[in-house]
Design a protein around this ligand. Structure first.
Ligand code: NAD
Length: 500
């Protein structure tokens, strides 16, 4: 919706085939800084024509012998160079993300410090992806397997950690020789466009990574529906993921889906409560709760419930809200106005459902005119309330007491989601028992939010399908071929003469 004032803003076009390409419709949309509510830039409003052009370029590059036949070692060199370029441009990228989605610059700097490691990890892996020789019953036959790239991969990503979540898809996809079309969140286009430029600067062919910006229902849907797409790798809400899964399945196109969560963080009576309190605070108030792995449901053993609550509430009340670019700020805004409104509506709903707001519970402009919401703790809640069952994606914690391990296991697993879980205990046997029985793709014991490009992760239940990170994710971006070679010169038997 460009208007008079948006004409003066920086303007971002799509990035297709190594060039900035204006949207075929001529339309742009405005991206807003959530800390100030002021417009930041305009970005191309992509449509099906733009997607067609990007997929065509990606397909041409995929088939180009200069990319198709490149040795895996050389692909590794390119990925390593890309990692180095990201490290060199880290401050610029961190600032772009922070002003676009409101996350703390300190946090984005931390993410940018790790981001090159993702590319370096897949750089190292590139020439170690091997097939197998299968010992079939016939020794005259050589049967071997090989992994092939899929083709053009569509990557659709959310706004909460745009570069990291896009990298989780782009690095392994390129590592094995695919090409990519990215549709970033309409709230965070700028840093992804800059990443695509760095891909070409690193020496990848133009067309290896393309970006079509725009809205989900337009550019995103067109990408999902494109007949030449070999795969969709999606991170976002469970509702959108479900629609994408249905659309791709009907065409037999694979999808990797990283979706929502409502993760339990469980504090046992034998836990170090001071540490657990810090883990609880980090789990829900870091990034203003806008992480898929937010530990939004805390279960505390009744004997430590009061102490934990006191510690968590004290820290929540002292969290410094403010400008995400300032070093002393601890909580930035929600990423956009309707997200802030959604959080406020959920807290109101919690009140209606009978929850008590212990701390927080109010929207604020943070003194900057932006979309902030206070760190909020809900007590007197139970597992049946909507505020405890549904993903809020904001700084809102629901905390409940429990009496036994069996009870808390049942409550923790009583959710449609299965992304992550935290366990705080000093009992080793209990730690492993809980890790085995919690229905979550990631379980943290005496820590929370730990992550590494080396460690595979997967959402269980409505939290996703498929694996990201580690060596496992290579399977998501390749297909397996089985080749049978008759190595004997014996006469080929008549098929109608039965062998004894
Ligand atoms: P969203 O589903 O609204 O949007 C995600 C992306 O999908 C955006 O790029 C959007 O434009 C696009 N999109 C929307 N509708 C589409 C459609 N019909 N067809 C194709 N694309 C479409 O999610 P969001 O609000 O941007 O992100 C927050 C959600 O992401 C939360 O639920 C969070 O838990 C989840 N998330 C999950 C992980 C994980 O690894 N599991 C990580 C981060 C965020």
């Amino acid at each position: 919706m460009p208007d008079q004032s948006s004409a003066a803003l920086p303007r971002h076009d799509h990035y297709i085939g190594g060039e900035r390409v204006a949207p075929s419709s001529g339309d742009y949309f405005v991206s807003v800084n959530p800390a100030t509510a002021l417009p930041l830039y305009t970005a191309a409003r992509g449509n099906a024509d733009d997607v067609r052009r990007a997929v065509a370029d990606a397909r041409t590059t995929f088939e180009d012998p200069r990319w198709r036949d490149l040795s895996q070692t050389k692909r590794g060199h390119l990925l390593r160079r890309l990692g180095d370029l990201i490290a060199e441009n880290a401050e610029e990228l961190a600032r772009m993300e922070s002003t676009d989605n409101g996350k703390l610059l300190r946090e984005m700097r931390g993410q940018l410090a790790t981001l090159p490691e993702y590319y370096r990890y897949y750089a190292g892996l590139a020439d170690k992806i091997e097939g197998a020789v299968i010992p079939t019953s016939d020794r005259r036959v050589l049967n071997y397997t090989m992994r092939e790239p899929l083709g053009v991969v569509g990557a659709i990503t959310p706004w909460n950690s745009p570069l990291t979540l896009t990298t989780s898809k782009v690095a392994p996809a390129l590592c094995v020789g695919n090409t990519v079309v990215i549709k970033p969140s309409e709230y965070t286009s700028a840093a992804i466009l800059r990443l695509a430029e760095l891909v070409v600067e690193a020496g990848f062919p133009p067309g290896a990574v393309n970006v079509v910006t725009g809205y989900g229902a337009e550019a995103g849907q067109a990408l999902v529906d494109h007949p030449d797409l070999a795969k969709i790798s999606f991170t976002g809400s469970t509702a959108t993921g479900s629609r994408i899964a249905a659309a791709t399945a009907s065409r037999f196109v694979g999808s990797t889906l990283e979706l929502g969560g409502k993760s339990p963080n469980i504090v046992f009576e034998d836990a170090n409560v001071a540490n657990a309190a810090m883990g609880v605070v980090a789990g829900i108030f870091a990034a203003a709760g806008q992480t898929c792995i937010a530990g939004s449901r805390v279960f505390a053993h009744r004997s430590v419930y009061d102490e934990l609550l006191e510690r968590v509430a004290a820290r929540a009340q002292s969290i410094r809200i403010g400008d995400p670019l300032h070093d002393e700020t601890e909580l930035g805004p929600l990423a956009f106005e309707t997200q802030r409104d959604k959080v406020a509506q959920y807290v109101d709903l919690g009140r209606e459902e009978g929850a008590r707001v212990l701390t927080g519970g109010r929207a604020t402009d943070g003194g900057l005119g932006g979309y902030f919401y206070e760190p909020t703790i809900l007590v007197d809640v139970d597992n049946d309330m909507r505020v405890v069952r549904e993903e809020i994606f904001g700084p809102v914690l629901a905390i409940m007491p429990f009496d036994s391990e069996e009870e808390v296991l049942r409550l923790a697993n009583d959710t449609e989601y299965g992304l992550a879980a935290g366990v705080w205990t000093t009992n080793l046997a209990r730690a492993h028992r809980m890790a085995a029985r919690l229905e979550a793709g990631t379980v943290w014991v005496n820590t929370y939010r730990a992550m590494s490009p080396m460690s595979p992760r997967q959402g269980f239940k409505a939290s996703g399908v498929g694996i990201e990170h580690g060596t496992e994710t290579i399977k998501e971006y390749t297909r397996l071929k089985s080749v049978w070679v008759n190595t004997s010169e014996d006469a080929v038997a008549d098929p109608f003469v039965m062998r004894s």
